[in-house]
Design a protein around this ligand. Sequence first.
Ligand SMILES: [Zn+2]
Length: 138
Amino acid sequence: MEERPFSDISFEHFLNEEKLMGSKCQKCGALYAPPRPICIKCYGSEMAWVELKGKGKLAAFTSIAVGPPAMVAEGYDRKNPYISGVVELEEGVRVDARIAGIDGTKPEAIKIGTPLTVEFLHRGEGEDLKTILTFKPR
Ligand SMILES: [Zn+2]
């Protein structure tokens, strides 16, 4: 079984492997993604990894015109904003993610509740590999 700590770093390593993983409290069943080592509902510390299906719906979003340098380097700016959102997964947890496949210049066309599916956007390679958790309409 997985021996990785229930941390953001493990969450990111799993993203590099194209796995969306959360932690599930073995005492009360609460689910967390990114994972938590301690349950905030029952304070239980027995967690187990669960792989999430990566399907959900858009719960909230923001159109970002002035992003961090990494996003500017990818060509996002005032004329080409990107969408950052909160996705409610079928498993009932909410994750922050980038939303792709939606025109950032027309946020009024974006509907809360849009069905989404996960996409793993890889940047860099080897030691520098980073994966951006992204969702796109399905
Ligand atoms: Zn719990």
